[in-house]
Every structure is written in structure tokens, then in C-alpha cells.
Design a protein around this ligand. Structure first.
Ligand SMILES: [Zn+2]
Length: 454
């Protein structure tokens, strides 16, 4: 067919003699928009179908024409038996088009997220459960789209808004301010965050893969096509697109310029494989390493207790002292003892209620439980007991923080505070119960024997 003088390639596919692209179950055929060429293309496909036994499903096949007179288009539709459609078409659920993706097209992604959240919001989920849902379900939805193309700014902003609202309110949209700045939340857990992704940077890191593929001059059809249509003989690293280039291609060029702030040409040339995560982390302004992540994200700590611990470690719980400072509460006094201002240190260590719980824990576990939360975590981290023992102690502290916070809230909502002995016994029960379920396999006999005596 390509040899025939009657066949003409699609103008943009002429140099690389491209007539078709095959995907798993799909096929794209392309040629110049004249009846003769299209007819030859269809005949070639028919020949292939007859010999290979692979036929096109007419109901699912479409013709996309551009710059052709209507009468010609009708002839093509009649001869092919396919229906006429207009760009963008959807491939694996994502709209494909060389033009800028409109907000309406990508709005589908936001709608999907909102639908999920509406299902979840009817359930009474803990903060930790909401966080896990964001990290698993919502981020994977977004990641799927983000690896294919640059999402419009307003869509990315909507996604951020959902990520910011859902962990705190359980809803897709909320006016309730979050307790922690967004850039902090976006750090990984070792750096004090929740491991959420900065959606704009993540999208850019994904698209950076195409920049890298061009630097590496990978041998594939896309690189050959880009080289023939846009780059010609120019150097990719210094290339500037013309304003008539497709929106999508210009976005890849914009991404290249942004990557230049973090990588040199030889950095990218030196990468044997492209790691989205590594590129993302380099672009992310990393916060200093924290030492309390092993308290909040300890595997032996009940998941439900982790989020409160994460907030407590950063002194970000809405204590009465804090609420008084911002004018929400008239009094700053502790809701449990009513004797001193309720800041984090008072609530978890100095208050008579928590002091006695900490004393009981000290007796139970054989380690001093004094100082601030940070001091305690550091001291235990540096102590010479086994890793398993440290994890158990951290789990106990984490559970204590949760139970003290819960008691303080009970005092506010129900006007009653559980007794110290009741709190201590439920603390022991919770810690032992959880650890028995997730007991690490690597625990030594000595460690296990110690745990059993608790
Ligand atoms: Zn108190």
C-alpha cells in the first residue's frame, strides 16, 4: 500500500512512514484525508483481517476526519461502515487529544474522587482511615491520569482542595481549616508529613519521563515521531517549541525547563532508569528529618491512634489553651483538672490525671516516663533496649496519648472523665491486644518472654 503512488501518508507521519499504531486490543490507522488514501488503507486492513482472522468491531470503531469536505467524509463513513466521531476519544478511560484538555474533560477525575468520598462520608471513619484512603485510593486515581498528561491547573487545585478537606472533615469540601500546613502534610512520614503527594510536582515528575526519554534518545515510535515533526536536527536540551506546536508538546517543553532547575543534562543522561519518585523527591523541598515518626507511625500502635499521635507530636491538637488563643474558647484551663492552662505538655504529662497514668506506665514497662513527648521519644530511642521493646514502649505511649485526648474530649462532651485505674487497665488491654495480633516474626525469645509478662 505504501508503495502505491495513490496512497499518501498523514502529513505529520510522512517522514517516518507511519500508517498505524497497535495497542493491546486497539488499532489506530492514519493517512492523508483523501478518499483514495483512506480506501487503500481500509483495503490493506481488510487483507490483514482476512489472513489473520482479526476483525474490527464496527460498533466500536470510529472515523475521525479533519479538513475534509463533508461529501468525502460521508463516502468514507459509507465505505468503512464505521461511525463518524470527533476528538477527543477516550482510551482506557482517559480523553486523548492534542489540544489542551479542558476542565470539563478532566472534571471526570474530580467527580470520581467526590463520588468515592460521598460513599465514605456516610461512614464514621477515623482520621487514620481517611488518611489511608487518600493515600491508597485517591492518589492512585490521580496518578493514573497524571502519568498520561498535564492536568489543568484548576483541576489540580480541586484535587488539592479535596485532599485538604477530607482527612479533617470526612467531606470532599470543607471550610474547616486543617491543623497543619499543606506543604508539611505532603512530606513523607520520616520528615513529619502524612506521605501525601504534592499533586502539581507529582504530575510534573511523571511528565518528566518524556523529557528523559528524549534525552536518552530511546528507540521508540514516539521519539521518532517527535524528532521528525518537532525537533528535526535540533538539540532537545536547548529546543524551544513554536507557538503553533500542540499544547501537549509545549507542556512537555515547559516541564523540561522546570526540570533544568534541578537536573543538568548529564544528570538525566546518567539515569539508566527514570524513577518518578526520585525526581519528585528532588523537586520537593524536603523538611528536616524528625525523630518522632517511630512513635506516630509505629506498626505496633493501633492505626486509629496514630493520627492523634502525629498531631500531638507536633503540638497541633486543638487544646483549650490554643482555642483560647484564637478566641474560640473563653477559658484556657485544662478540661480534666481545671487547674492550669491546657497546653500539650500539661495535658499529657503535668496534669494530675496524665501524671498518674504515666507513673503507672513507668511501673508497668520499667522505663522513666517524664519530660516532654519529644524528650521521652528521644530518650527511649537512645536507650539500650531491643528494637522490639522500644516499639512496645512507643505503642504504649501512643495509646496513652490517644486515651488522654479521648478522656479530655469526654470531659467536654459528656461531662465525665474516666477513672485513672479504668484508663490504665484499658491502655494495657489495648496495647497487648494489638501487639498480639501484629507480633513481628523477628522477635527474640527474650523479647517475647518479656512481652508475655506484661
Ligand atoms: Zn490538667
Amino acid at each position: 500500500m505504501c508503495e502505491s503512488s495513490h496512497f499518501q501518508f498523514h502529513p505529520r507521519c510522512k517522514d517516518i512512514k507511519l500508517t498505524h499504531i497497535c495497542f493491546a486490543d486497539d488499532l489506530i490507522l492514519c493517512s492523508k484525508g483523501d478518499y483514495q488514501s483512506i480506501l487503500l488503507l481500509l483495503q490493506a486492513f481488510k487483507l490483514f483481517s482476512n489472513s489473520a482472522g482479526l476483525k474490527a468491531n464496527q460498533q466500536k470503531s470510529s472515523v475521525y476526519c479533519h479538513g475534509m469536505p463533508e461529501s468525502e467524509v460521508q463516502r468514507v463513513v459509507d465505505v468503512s461502515g464505521f461511525s463518524r466521531s470527533f476528538l477527543p476519544f477516550k482510551y482506557l478511560g482517559v480523553p486523548i487529544c492534542s489540544k489542551k484538555n479542558t476542565v470539563a474533560q478532566c472534571g471526570h477525575l474530580v467527580d470520581k474522587m467526590i463520588t468515592r468520598i460521598m460513599i465514605w462520608s456516610s461512614r464514621n471513619l477515623s482520621y487514620t482511615a481517611r488518611m489511608q484512603l487518600i493515600n491508597s485510593v485517591l492518589i492512585s486515581l490521580h496518578m493514573y491520569w497524571a502519568q498520561i498528561y498535564v492536568l489543568p491547573k484548576s483541576v489540580l487545585q480541586d484535587i488539592v482542595r479535596i485532599y485538604r478537606a477530607f482527612p479533617w472533615s470526612g467531606q470532599a469540601f470543607s471550610q474547616k481549616p486543617s491543623n497543619i500546613a499543606w506543604d508539611k502534610v505532603c512530606c513523607d512520614k520520616q520528615h513529619g508529613g502524612l506521605g501525601f503527594r504534592d499533586v502539581v510536582l507529582w504530575n510534573m515528575a511523571f511528565i518528566g519521563k518524556y523529557v528523559w526519554a528524549l534525552v536518552k534518545k530511546q528507540d521508540n515510535i514516539w521519539i521518532r515521531w517527535i524528532t521528525s515533526v518537532y525537533l528535526k536536527d535540533g538539540e532537545w536540551w536547548d529546543y524551544q517549541p513554536s507557538s503553533s506546536a500542540s499544547w501537549y508538546w509545549r507542556q512537555i517543553c515547559v516541564t523540561k525547563e522546570k526540570l533544568k532547575q534541578f537536573f543538568t543534562l548529564s544528570d538525566l543522561e546518567g539515569m539508566a532508569h527514570y524513577s518518578v519518585k526520585q525526581v519528585y523527591e528532588k523537586m520537593l523541598d524536603l523538611k528536616p528529618r524528625v525523630h518522632w515518626d517511630r512513635l506516630a507511625w509505629n506498626r505496633l500502635l493501633t492505626p486509629k491512634h496514630r493520627f492523634i499521635c502525629w498531631l500531638a507530636a507536633q503540638c497541633r491538637l486543638q487544646t483549650t489553651a490554643k482555642l483560647a488563643r484564637i478566641g474560640i474558647s473563653q477559658s484556657a484551663l485544662c478540661l480534666i483538672c481545671g487547674l492550669q492552662d491546657e497546653d500539650h505538655n500539661h495535658l499529657f504529662f503535668q496534669c494530675q490525671f496524665s501524671y498518674q497514668i504515666m507513673q503507672a506506665m513507668q511501673q508497668w514497662l520499667g522505663v522513666p516516663m517524664a519530660g516532654t513527648l519529644h524528650q521521652l521519644v528521644r530518650k527511649i530511642g537512645h536507650s539500650r533496649v531491643s528494637k522490639f521493646r522500644k516499639q512496645v514502649i512507643f505503642a504504649a505511649i501512643g495509646t496513652a496519648v490517644y486515651l488522654i485526648w479521648k478522656s479530655r474530649n469526654a470531659s467536654f462532651w459528656d461531662n465525665q472523665i474516666p477513672t485513672i485505674s479504668h484508663t490504665v487497665s484499658s491502655l494495657k488491654k489495648l496495647v497487648k491486644g494489638r501487639i498480639q495480633v501484629v507480633l513481628p516474626k523477628t522477635v527474640s525469645k527474650r523479647g517475647y518472654d518479656w512481652f508475655i509478662t506484661l
